[in-house]
Design a protein around this ligand. Structure first.
Ligand code: SER
Length: 595
């Protein structure tokens, strides 16, 4: 048996032995990236470096990273999909390429000194080729060189073997590694192409050589990089001879906690088991999000909304298991115990996690009660309908006005022998969704980590703003979040009261005075302690490497930061603060543009 903690250490140790520097994983909430709500892949925090920024720790890196992906939230509950997972990653920033990457992966997976997986149960995919790049015979050749048979190599199109983190940004062909989860041993000729259901993906090696600027333009990156991501939960699963991540030590204790509160024994009723898995997955994700130092809480927008949906979906499935009141604190405490070794922030935030879960559960239970009450009021009228059909319009009203889920409306209706007109409900729901999606797409239009010139300018302007705020308001001002697009910057900082118009005007004037001085921006690599001793501002609660980049703007500002920045600030234009408002308790938010 191998535990998640053991796999994490083995992975770091293996790549350390191949001269990789161990770097620390980052927050689940990306800094300076307006295009995604969460860190969605292990490589996400590395994007600037894959695009060419030098990394302070060198050109060979290894880490583990917590990730949240909720795009396929509806598939959660099957054997392999999770909304929160850990990715083990190793990177070459213009150092080794395909040959060594493939050889390292194979050695780690199959060597008796490392994971000792049966080579006969592994298969791979490589890129089949299209207009952007030719078939990746080079990678196939290296797989054969380490001993992978031709029949275990599937050549697949870009939809499978071209990896991009977003609509724009670094990308390239990839080669993926799969483990056999079917019965017995894989028959000759079986691979991901011929028999997709029996092969579970465990590792993805991306050969990042391109930057996608827009739909039509792909430019070669200055360096050929390797970006790999190994799914920790899935690899633990196959290493322990299991076929579902829910059978592993990452989930069994959480499932046991759900069994204890519900009295339902997992595995005894196929109709109820998916609910157990969904609760286990969602409570784990919600705990990781609440435990993150960036401090997201349930709300109706952005990451807070995703968190709210996870919690509410868990509560809904709990009702199917007969759990009526609040219960999430119990499985959440198990998650904290399981993952605090790797993520000490969970233990530090234990009380907050449990409190927030209880609060959100209570709110949702109240919503449910209100919805039920409204339904009761409608009931006499509904029962007059001879067809015993509740209109979709009314069901949508319950959903839209009271947040009452359609599944529950259906359950209540069924109790009185009625059905709900789902087609009508869906139509109303779709219309509503299209409206809110149009809004959400605005947020995503930039593409991952928009490195456009304008975004770089906003990034530098953020440093000027940060310093000016400290000069006008005091040293208690600390950055709480930053979000940049090519059109504007948004900056969150700690300050107990609204700024006065005079304070806003002074901050704006200071920034513009500095821009008029056209100060140069310089970068230096330093030890973190030296950087702090030299007066460089660093983000509280952020995890930094031991060597960091420090960006200095003339004699005005000095900050630990990954970059990139402009070379001289005279190019920024006129800095205008458009709005100063509350962001959350004790945190203010400024929105500003460069004209
Ligand atoms: N970018 C790749 C992935 O997320 C490898 O890290 O799968």
């Amino acid at each position: 048996m191998i535990t998640p903690d053991q796999l994490r250490s083995k992975y770091l140790d293996f790549f350390k032995s191949k001269n990789h520097a161990v770097i620390s994983g980052k927050s689940l909430i990306p800094e300076n990236d307006p295009t995604v709500l969460f860190t969605t892949a292990g490589m996400h925090p590395l994007v600037p470096y894959l695009l060419g920024e030098p990394h302070p720790a060198g050109a060979r890196l290894v880490d583990y990273q917590k990730c949240v992906r909720t795009g396929d939230i509806d598939e959660v509950g099957d054997p392999a999909h999770l909304t929160c997972f850990e990715m083990l990653g190793n990177w070459s920033l213009g150092d080794y390429f395909k040959k060594d990457s493939i050889a390292y992966s194979w050695e780690f997976l199959t060597s008796p000194d490392w994971l000792a997986l049966d080579p006969g149960k592994l298969s791979v995919t490589v890129f089949k080729g299209d207009d952007n790049a030719p078939r990746d015979d080079e990678s196939a050749g290296y797989w054969k060189a380490v001993g992978v048979g031709e029949d275990r190599i599937a050549y697949l199109p870009a939809s499978d073997n071209w990896w991009a983190a977003g609509p724009t940004g670094p990308c390239g062909p990839d080669t993926e590694i799969f483990y056999w989860v079917g019965e017995g041993v894989p028959p000759a000729g079986s691979n991901k192409g011929t028999d997709p259901a029996n092969w579970m993906e465990i590792w993805n090696n991306v050969f990042m050589q391109f930057n996608r600027i827009d739909e039509k333009t792909l430019v070669k990156l200055p360096k050929q990089n390797v970006d790999t991501g190994m799914g920790l939960e899935r690899t633990v699963c196959v290493l322990n001879g299991k076929t579902s991540v829910y059978q592993t030590e990452s989930f069994q204790p959480i499932i046991a906690a759900v069994e204890a509160v519900s009295g339902y024994a997992y595995g005894t009723d196929p109709a109820k088991d998916p609910s157990v898995r969904i609760i286990a997955d969602h409570v784990r994700s919600a705990t990781m999000i609440l435990g993150d130092p960036k401090g997201v809480t349930p709300s109706n927008v952005g990451a807070g909304y995703v968190l709210r949906r996870l919690i509410r979906r868990a509560v809904r499935h709990a009702r199917k298991l007969g759990i009526e009141g609040g219960f999430l604190g119990k499985p959440a405490a198990v998650v904290v115990d399981l993952l605090s070794g790797a993520y000490p922030e969970l233990a530090e935030n234990r009380a907050k996690i449990i409190d927030e879960l209880a609060r959100e559960e209570a709110k949702f239970l109240e919503t449910l009660q209100k919805g039920e009450h409204e339904y009761e009021k409608m009931l006499p009228n509904l029962l007059r309908n001879p067809q015993k059909v509740m209109s979709g319009r009314l069901a949508f009203k319950l959903y839209d006005t009271y947040g009452f889920p359609i599944e529950l409306t259906q359950e209540l209706a069924a109790e009185s022998g009625m059905t709900v007109d789902l087609a009508e409900f869906d139509a109303a729901f779709k219309k509503h969704q299209d409206l809110s999606r149009a809004g959400a797409e605005q947020t995503f239009k930039g593409g991952l980590a928009d490195q456009s010139e304008q975004a770089t300018k906003y990034h530098t302007a953020t440093h000027l703003l940060h310093k000016a705020l400290r000069m006008v308001l005091g040293d208690h001002v600390a950055q709480k979040g930053s979000n940049i697009t090519a059109e504007r910057l948004r900056f969150d900082f700690s300050h107990p009261a609204p700024m006065t118009p005079d304070e806003v005007a002074r901050v704006q004037a200071i920034v513009n005075e500095q821009i008029a001085r056209d100060l140069p921006v310089t970068m230096e690599m330093m030890n973190l302690d030296d950087a702090k001793a030299s007066g460089a501002m660093a983000l509280f609660g952020e995890k930094y490497e031991s060597v960091v980049k420090v960006y200095t703007i003339g004699d005005f500002s000095k900050e630990v930061c990954g970059g990139p920045h402009v070379e001289r600030i005279g190019t920024l234009g006129k800095f205008v603060i458009q709005k100063e408002q509350s962001s959350s308790a004790g945190v203010r938010r400024i929105r500003a543009v460069l004209e």
